[in-house]
Design a protein around this ligand. Structure first.
Ligand SMILES: Cc1cc2nc3c(=O)[nH]c(=O)nc-3n(C[C@H](O)[C@H](O)[C@H](O)COP(=O)(O)OP(=O)(O)OC[C@H]3O[C@@H](n4cnc5c(N)ncnc54)[C@H](O)[C@@H]3O)c2cc1C
Length: 480
């Protein structure tokens, strides 16, 4: 058997770290080159007022058995902190007050979010036809067509900001919400599709993976730290890549870091860095042109404002994950996570801690505000919606000018171009939140799948992806 290929991974976010960790288990020589002085990419936990607060992603929604097994195999099991049961409850703001989203049929019948005719409209869903062949719909167009506008406005529309900080009129239902899209694609209806999948599972005996929301002792940053530690000398931090060129069958990569200049030859290179950094990489002219000519992908600008209060100053029970705010409510903030409820061990009992989302694709002007203005508006909306009677004890502002890639209508062109680029340039691969889903669990699942392709075998399988992408061809059917 030939020895495993040597692999350079550019970027030590969760994608790069997962990939490197899994590759090392196969015996493949691996090196991660990371420009920052710490691993983890956008994952960062900070301490504020005795509370642990996330300044990037706030939790990991575990969606795959392969990712769960990976966490267990790599020393993370003991660190896992499941989300509080109360976090199953989620609020949506309607008419200026948080209303609990219905969690079951009975609650759905009783919810004040919709009128009786609006609820009855949902029952017509199985009889709504498909869109004309070849028409790619936005989340808004899809949900309004199938379920009616009220269910979109005070329901599904907030998923766009909750997951993508995105604009529901532009996000592609096919690419951004493939499981939902696939229910119509395969079964002609969301209701019939849900029942159809259930029947299929009964027939095959397959048990669907039950997603779990979690973090880790010490916050989410424990995840990249724990993965990075055993990689030791295989990660080069503060690395500036100075040259990447093709040398016959291989890639010759040169970089500078705090220990000096280095050059190494690799059989494969994997880019896990955000798309807007690809053009900076010192590839040869042809490769740079190819990368520059890929279809443009927008990233949502987003600011996170973290706020802490005395618990007694907050009028709301905070008995849930948080609240999302439909655009129609004309608030400044997109929503807030009740951090001290989600992971109670991260805050003293007499404190209330929040992560507030400002900006996104629908209010990019607000994402560009400075710290004082962003904190003022975050506190203003929060105080009004949750009955908070005092100024925050502490506040901090974390701007993400390019937070999350937008899987907008037409995203398939970008995915197709990535597939073509990989086919044209042997040994060059792309993996990250721009392909197969932006969630942490998606990034990890897709990195695990890539391992199989890089070393010429099959990976552990992936559960989510986007139709048309190479990842999509390898995963289980949508909705399954
Ligand atoms: C504010 C925010 C909130 C989020 N909330 C959630 C959440 O609650 N739950 C969830 O599941 N997901 C969430 N996400 C999404 C998720 O966190 C990301 O999609 C995921 O972490 C991306 O990981 P990655 O490894 O693909 O990329 P990144 O984390 O972006 O890592 C890329 C790495 O590449 C490095 N790099 C860049 N350029 C170069 C270069 N030229 N040379 C070398 N290295 C380079 C960067 O420094 C970085 O370390 C959130 C994202 C953001 C920004």
């Amino acid at each position: 058997m030939s020895p495993p290929p040597s692999i350079a991974i550019i970027g030590a976010g969760i994608t790069g770290l997962t990939l490197a960790t899994a590759l090392r288990k196969t015996g493949a020589p691996v090196r991660i080159l990371e420009q920052a002085d710490r691993p983890g990419g956008v994952i960062a936990t900070s301490e504020q007022d005795g509370c642990l607060l996330e300044t990037g992603p706030s939790s990991l929604q575990l969606k795959s058995a392969a990712v769960e097994a990976f966490l267990h195999e790599n020393g993370l099991q003991a660190h896992i902190r499941p989300a509080n049961e109360a976090a199953n409850k989620r609020y949506l703001v309607k008419d200026g007050r948080p209303v609990a989203l219905p969690m079951g049929l009975l609650e759905a019948i009783r919810t004040p979010l919709y009128t009786i005719p609006q609820k009855l409209r949902v029952l017509r869903e199985p009889f709504i036809g498909r869109p004309p062949a070849g028409r790619e719909e936005s989340l808004e167009a899809f949900v309004c067509r199938r379920l009616g506008r009220p269910f979109y406005t005070y329901g599904v529309s907030v998923l766009a900001s909750g997951i993508y900080a995105g604009d529901p009129t532009r996000l592609s239902v096919q690419h951004a919400f493939p499981k939902v899209w696939n229910l119509e694609h395969r079964f002609g209806s969301l209701i019939r599709g849900t029942l159809g999948l259930r029947r299929e599972r009964r027939r095959t005996g397959e048990t669907p993976y039950r997603p779990r929301l979690l973090s880790f002792a010490g916050g989410l940053e424990t995840l990249p730290r724990t993965l990075a530690a055993p990689l030791g000398e295989h990660i080069n931090l503060s690395a500036r890549i100075t040259r990447i060129h093709r040398d016959r069958e291989n890639w010759r990569v040169a970089w500078v870091d705090t220990t000096g200049e280095h050059t190494q030859t690799f059989a494969q290179i994997v880019l896990t860095i955000p798309i807007h950094h690809w053009a900076e990489l010192p590839f040869d002219e042809n490769t740079q042109t190819t990368l520059r000519n890929l279809p443009d992908v927008k990233y949502a600008p987003l600011s996170i404002v973290t706020l802490t209060y005395d618990r007694a100053a907050v009028g709301h029970p905070l008995d849930g994950f948080g609240m999302l705010i439909p655009l129609e409510e004309r608030r400044k903030i997109l929503g807030a996570i009740f951090g001290s409820t989600l992971f109670p061990e991260n805050a003293p009992a007499d404190r209330a801690a929040f992560n507030v989302f400002v900006g996104g694709m629908t209010r990019p002007d607000l994402a560009a505000l400075g710290a004082d203005a962003a904190i003022d508006l975050a506190h203003g909306d929060l105080a009004d919606l949750l009955g908070i009677t005092t100024p925050p004890r502490t506040a901090a502002h974390y701007p993400w000018p390019r937070a999350i890639p937008q899987y907008n209508v037409g995203y398939g062109r970008f995915l197709h171009a990535l597939d073509q680029t990989e086919a044209q340039i042997p040994g060059l691969h792309f993996a990250g939140n721009f392909r197969g889903g932006p969630g942490l669990s998606d990034c990890m699942a897709n990195a695990l799948t890539l391992v199989g392709r890089l070393i010429g075998g099959r990976g552990p399988g992936v559960v989510r992806g986007t139709p048309g992408s190479r990842i999509a061809k390898e995963r289980r059917p949508f909705g399954a």
